[in-house]
Structure formats: C-alpha cells, structure tokens
Design a protein around this ligand. Structure first.
Ligand code: DAH
Length: 339
C-alpha cells in the first residue's frame, strides 16, 4: 500500500532537509513542519484510520518509529547547533593563533618579590645569602654586637622576650634586628665572608602607617683584609641605583650604632605619595666595630669589614608608592593583585 512508502519518503525528505538546517530559526521551522501538531507526521497519523484494518498495526508501528527517529534527529541537530547557531562541528575547528587562556594562578606577594629582587642584586655583587633563627638569645641579639647590658635597646618594653631558663645564654627573645646573623655567620666561618641575610624582625611598636610590630630587614656583612668605608659607600650606592633606578640620589649621614664605628644612616630622595619630596631613611651601616670582630675571635688587627641593615618594607614602599605599611600585611587581594 501507499502509506508505507509515504512514510519512507517522508523520513528521507525530512532528514535531507534537516541536514541543511543551520540556524535555530530554521530548526524550529523544521520542527513545526514535521513534528508540530499540524506537521507532516501528525497528518500521516491521521490517515491511519483510513487504512485497511489488517495493515493498521504495522503502519502504526512504522509511524511511531518515524516519529521517534525524527525526534532523535531533531535533538541531535539542536545539540549540534549550540547556542550561537553554529554547528559544533564547525566551532570545534580551533583558531590556533588565538592566545591561550591562562588558568588563574596566584603570584608572589609584593614583599617576596622585593626580597627576591634585592637578593639577586646583591648576588650579582658577590654576596651569598645566609639565614638565622627568628627566636634568638641575647648573645646574638645584643652581647656580641657590642650592645652593653645597660643599653636602652634591651628594655623589656622594646623587645619581645619570650622565655627564661632555657639553658641558652641570656634570655630568649624574638630577634629585634637581623644583625644577629652577622654573629651567627662569623661564629661558624673564617674571613673572607660576604653575606646578606633577609628576614623578619620583631619590635613592640605601636602600629601605624609606617610602623609595624613585625617587619623585614636586609643585613649585609663583608669582612676581609683591607675593606674600607669607600667600599661600603660604593656597595650601598650601587645597590640603590640597581634597585631604584640610576638617577636615585643617596646620602650618608653620620650616626651611631654600637656594632659599627664609624656609623652612618642611608637616605634616598623620595617622592612621597602626597607629592612632596624629601630624604627617606633606608637604614644604618658602618664599619664593623673591632669589639664585634673580637667577640667572634676574628683578628681585628688583620681584618676590617662593613655592615648594613636596611628596611625591606621601606624599599617596597618607595619603589611602588605604597603609603601605608599595613597594606603589606592585610592580605587584601585587591591590593596584592596590583603587583
Ligand atoms: N640593626 C640596626 C637596626 O635595626 C640597623 C643596622 C645599622 C644594621 C648599622 C647594621 C649596621 O648592620 O651596620 O636599627
């Protein structure tokens, strides 16, 4: 009978048309034409009632199969078209010249970047990186650094003393300066030594825009025969030029530290965030005091050395125009992402 062939023809025709469908609108039109309530499949089903009763079951099955196949084909096509109306097969042809999508990974904290950069500059000048503990004893924090027992720097209120009776010489404390590492290095090595050490130091200061109870220092120490103040000035100057840029102005001001003689403070010319310009202190330096060399059994007649201690947060703030030290420790990603 005619209907079975009609069903085959209908399927061939519908599938051929579907293959040419390229847009969501055309697909919807196709659905209406074939699967809609007034579509071709419905129309064929209506004719079923006029078919000879003996053929009805077979025709009924064939019509259901047709409907099922066309519905499946429709869904496949709909999926292939995707949202933009472009068949997925076409979309999957990647444009390999497009830049890749980077996964969002973190990056080093601005202070870590600063520390890395400082270490690298000093490495180029021949300095090794040394380390020392943050929990220290008074010998390394004070005694061996020629800081007498009556010195106000040892005040209970100016230091984080944390324990007594540990068996170590003197009291235990969080180190208040990285100069401790000068002693630790010289205790274990003979000259020449040329090291830097970068790390946290702790002081019970009231926190404000330029003070924190914890901050970082970079300590430098160079001991050898014939080391002079001129070497110190050259080294600090060269470092500042490398870190801040060749046109940075530096200044050495006479100062006093128990562990150096003579001593100086280092300033750089700085444009503050509010626009005014002035010197800003980076830290202290000087020629290692003979008493310090004696404390570690170095021959002070034969060796001389220089040392310096600079504030790392200061440098990061000068370099990046950061006006408040607290921003460096608040860990607000909106701030950190800028660096
Ligand atoms: N330790 C000193 C401070 O924390 C800084 C300093 C000054 C370090 C002079 C030095 C130095 O090595 O020679 O204020």
């Amino acid at each position: 009978m005619a209907l079975i062939e009609d069903i085959d023809r209908l399927r061939t025709q519908a599938e051929a048309e579907l293959a040419t469908v390229e847009t969501p609108d055309a697909l919807e039109q196709w659905r209406i034409d074939y699967l809609g309530s007034k579509g071709a499949v419905k129309a064929a089903m209506k004719q079923l009632k006029d078919a000879p009763p003996a053929e009805k079951p077979e025709l009924g099955k064939a019509l259901n199969r047709l409907k099922g196949k066309l519905t499946e084909a429709f869904e496949r096509r709909r999926d292939a078209l995707g949202a933009g109306g472009t068949p997925r097969a076409a979309a999957s042809v990647e444009d390999v010249t497009l830049p890749g999508q980077r996964p969002a990974i973190g990056h080093a904290h601005v202070l870590s970047q600063t520390i890395d950069e400082i270490s690298e500059i000093f490495a180029r000048m021949g300095f090794e990186v040394a380390h020392g503990p943050e929990v220290e004893d008074e010998r390394h924090n004070f005694d061996a650094l020629n800081i007498p027992s009556w010195h106000p720097a040892r005040d209970e209120l100016d230091n984080f003393y944390i324990d007594e009776g540990t068996g170590r010489p003197g009291r235990t404390m969080l180190r208040s300066q990285t100069s401790t590492i000068q002693i630790r290095v010289m205790e274990t090595r003979r000259p020449p030594v040329r090291i830097i050490a970068i790390g946290r130091v702790y002081r019970p200061d009231t926190v404000d825009a330029t003070h924190s109870f914890m901050f970082h220092q970079i300590e430098g120490l160079y001991v050898d025969e014939g080391v002079t103040m001129a070497d110190l000035k050259t080294c600090v100057d060269q470092f500042c030029k490398a870190y801040f840029g060749g046109d940075i102005a530096t200044r050495f001001r006479p100062s006093f530290f128990p562990f150096t003689e003579p001593s100086a403070e280092v300033d750089v010319w700085f444009t503050y965030p509010d626009g005014h310009e002035d010197w800003m202190e980076l830290g202290g330096c000087g020629m290692v005091d003979p008493n310090v060399l004696a404390a570690v059994d170095y021959d002070a007649e034969r060796y001389t050395g220089y040392a310096f201690g600079l504030g790392v947060e200061r440098m990061a703030m000068v370099r990046h125009g950061i006006s408040d030290i607290r921003l460096l420790f608040a860990n607000d990603v909106r701030f950190l992402r800028q660096f």
